[in-house]
Design a protein around this ligand. Structure first.
Ligand SMILES: Nc1ncnc2c1ncn2[C@@H]1O[C@H](COP(=O)(O)OP(=O)(O)OP(=O)(O)O)[C@@H](O)[C@H]1O
Ligand SMILES: Cc1cn([C@H]2C[C@H](O)[C@@H](COP(=O)(O)O)O2)c(=O)[nH]c1=O
Length: 216
């Protein structure tokens, strides 16, 4: 089983940002990347589905393919994304930010009734991020944001999807914490996205700081 994170290898840093539709993942990732660039880091923003061949297929098939088949397709994209894009950049010392990663894999296909244990087994060997950010928000607030922006996918058309997704994400957070992932659960109901980004940047800066030598 793959239990190592990129910082264990001493190069780069990998952070994923997940959370319910409309929570602000893409907006916060944009602010975070800007902030880290300003601080002088080599930053690479990526997302899932990836822009690779499996990601494109998953994206094209999401409206018509459901359940286990789609879960396998997203997991296949994730493993391929790691091997072809994320790991090479980490080796090169980049700070890689992924807009959606394993946590989305534990959540989204549950809307099609896929068992969370099956989803965990599919995803558990994926590269562990140094920091897993889960955006949390009052479901009524994000339902309003979704309505204002417009839904991005068929899962967001399910009535009450923001409430259901909030529950699924809380369960995914527990699964990840129990498995030893470093999780930052961040409430972004009332925080402006710039502030959420600054909190995440602070956590990353702490991870990058050399650990203090023990003086004897
Ligand atoms: N405090 C906030 N934090 C983040 N986004 C906010 C906030 N307040 C309002 N928004 C708005 O909420 C909308 C949804 O944001 P965004 O598209 O980044 O969400 P998302 O989580 O990436 O959604 P999806 O999963 O559907 O792609 C955007 O129009 C964004 O400007
Ligand atoms: C990683 C992942 C993604 N999806 C689906 C859900 C949406 O249709 C898109 C993501 O687009 P968005 O603009 O970020 O909302 O991909 C999925 O079904 N399962 C997954 O694991």
């Amino acid at each position: 089983m793959n239990l190592r994170t990129s910082s264990d290898r001493g190069r780069g840093l990998f952070v994923s940002v997940d959370g319910p539709g409309g929570a602000g993942k893409t907006t916060i990732v944009r602010h975070l990347a800007q902030l880290l660039l300003t601080e002088g880091h080599q930053v690479h923003v990526t997302a899932e589905p990836s822009s690779g061949p499996i990601g494109k297929l998953a994206c094209d098939l999401t409206p018509t393919v459901t359940g286990h088949a789609l879960a396998c397709l997203y997991a296949a994209d994730r493993y391929h994304h790691v091997e072809t894009e994320i790991k090479p950049l980490l080796k090169n010392g980049h700070l890689v930010i992924s807009d959606r990663y394993v946590a989305s894999g534990l959540v989204v296909q549950r809307f099609d009734g896929v068992d969370p244990v099956f989803l965990w087994q599919l995803n558990e060997e994926a590269e562990r991020p140094d920091l897993v950010v889960i955006l949390e928000a009052d479901p009524d607030v994000i339902a309003e944001r979704l309505e204002a922006r417009g839904p991005h996918n068929r899962f967001q058309h399910t009535p009450g999807s923001s409430h259901t997704e909030a529950v699924f994400y809380r369960q995914a957070t527990e699964t990840l914490e129990e498995a030893g992932f470093a999780v930052l659960a961040l409430d972004c109901s009332s925080r402006p996205p710039e502030q959420s980004a600054a909190i995440i940047a602070g956590e990353l800066t702490a991870l990058l700081a050399p650990s203090e030598a023990v003086s004897g």
